[in-house]
Design a protein around this ligand. Structure first.
Ligand code: ZN
Ligand code: ZN
Length: 348
């Protein structure tokens, strides 16, 4: 079968021929129906030096996957060949406290995980191939009726990541509050929909690009603001001078973090989701009183079940552009040039 593989750090991946995977005991092979192209893969191609992560190339890209059960290893029950499934992408040890809760993103026994701190497309072979080997059946969530693999795939990361970040701030998103989404890309445009579907907060979206702000409006944003010198004042005014109860930064550069700190309300949440590499100085006087500042990473398996339910009911629907496997690099290049709207999904 063909697979889009990262062969070494600081290089573009190559489309190469590899053997089809066979499931060992407890494992499942999924026929990939959709593999989302995530911005973080651009960091994998361009930014990492050998040794910076506990894993490395060569591996097949694609950590955002859904498809159909293709082959079951011995001892796997509860799944049928042909059944549509989403793949929970963070593969931990499976037995530590965090993994037992389904929070395998924060596995605390990384030495016992299939790859420390990674998963398919992150150190192990991912979904940008015809078939994907999933090392344990617990990582598969059956798709609810109404959701196809092409639209389910981005929900496993571009949906799950903002869902996790928003869910933890639900108590701060009562009617009368404001939430700001900075960066209306693959994750941000889904984040706006999740805020609208699960809370009664007013949503303000910020981006540099007019097309992204149009997409934000189509996703339900109550107000959009062009990022720049005037954005902080505009958002402060829109919140009656109080600031936003929850600010979700899907970019994470110095500039967006400074904006986030300038617009967060006292006791608000400032959540850094984007891996833009920026920094935010935090001291007693640098942020409003009792503002909580946190990072979040991906989400849990129970949360994946919830975001798939929102997807199946049409309450959250990623804007998807599909590409065949041999045009996957076109998708990444368009993303890099900020020309891609919403999420690219590769159909192998
Ligand atoms: Zn991702
Ligand atoms: Zn674990």
């Amino acid at each position: 079968m063909r697979a889009l593989r990262l062969m070494e750090w600081k290089s573009e991946p190559e489309l190469v021929e590899v053997d089809e995977p066979k499931p060992g005991p407890g494992q499942v092979v999924v026929k990939v129906g959709g593999a989302g192209a995530c911005h973080s893969a651009l960091h994998l191609m361009h930014d990492f030096e050998a040794g910076a992560l506990p894993w490395g190339p060569p591996f097949t890209l694609g950590h955002e996957n859904a498809g159909w059960v293709h082959a079951l290893g011995v001892d796997v029950s509860g799944l049928d060949v042909g059944q549509p499934v989403a793949v929970y992408g963070a593969w931990g040890c499976g037995t530590c406290d965090r993994c037992r809760l389904g929070v395998e993103t924060y596995c605390e026994n990384l030495a016992a995980a299939p790859v420390p701190g990674g998963g398919g497309g992150l150190g192990l072979d991912g979904g940008m191939a015809e078939y994907l080997l999933v090392p344990d059946a617990r990582h598969l969530v059956p798709l609810p009726d109404g959701l196809d693999p092409v639209h389910a795939a981005p929900l496993t990361d571009a949906g799950l990541t903002p869902y996790h970040a928003i869910r933890r701030s639900w108590p701060k998103l009562a009617p009368g509050t404001h939430a700001v989404v900075i960066g209306v890309g693959g994750l941000g445009h889904v984040g706006i929909q999740i805020l609208k579907a699960t809370t009664a907060t007013r949503v303000i979206a910020v981006d540099t690009r007019a097309e992204a702000l149009r997409l934000a409006e189509e996703c339900g944003a109550d107000l959009v603001a062009r990022s720049g010198d005037k954005a902080a004042d505009q958002i402060r005014r829109a919140t009656g001078g109080r600031g936003a109860d929850v600010v979700l930064d899907f970019v994470g550069t110095d500039g967006t973090l400074a904006l986030a700190a300038a617009i967060v309300r006292t006791t608000g949440d400032l959540t850094i989701v984007g891996i833009g590499g920026g920094t935010l100085p935090v001291s007693f006087f640098s942020v409003p009183y009792e503002a909580s500042i946190q990072t979040t990473y991906w989400g849990s398996r129970p949360e994946l079940i919830e975001i798939l339910d929102l997807g199946a009911r049409g309450l959250v629907r990623p804007r998807v552009t599909t590409f065949p496997l041999d045009e996957a690099m076109t998708a990444y290049h368009q993303m890099q040039q900020l020309r891609l709207e919403g999420r690219a999904v590769i159909i192998p």
